[in-house]
Write a new protein. Structure first.
Length: 96
């Protein structure tokens, strides 16, 4: 009985349901709270803040056990079974 229950849990397991996400709709709702002319920045490489580049859609895969200094998502190909599309909002990378 326990084996059957475990097997059914595995068959019904959908890793995409457990992935923490912040959706485009949620972001838009949050941004409505601010003046529309206010600049938007993101954290810089080692500190302070940086400009954004235009958002784009990329294919990623959730990898929750990454070290704290790496992101929880890695770039993937659309053919990978756990791949999903996401909107990437990246910082501007200036020349050294």
């Amino acid at each position: 009985m326990l084996c059957t229950r475990y097997f059914n849990l595995l068959l019904n397991f959908n890793p995409m349901k457990t992935i923490p996400t912040f959706t485009v709709a949620q972001l838009m709702e949050e941004l409505k709270k601010f003046p529309p002319g206010l600049p938007v920045v993101t954290n810089g490489y080692e500190g302070e803040y940086e400009n954004l580049i235009p958002p784009k859609v990329i294919s990623v895969m959730f990898v929750p056990n990454q070290p704290w200094y790496d992101g929880q998502y890695r770039t993937s190909t659309p053919e990978e079974p756990a791949a999903m599309e996401a909107v990437a909002i990246e910082r501007e990378v200036r020349p050294h």
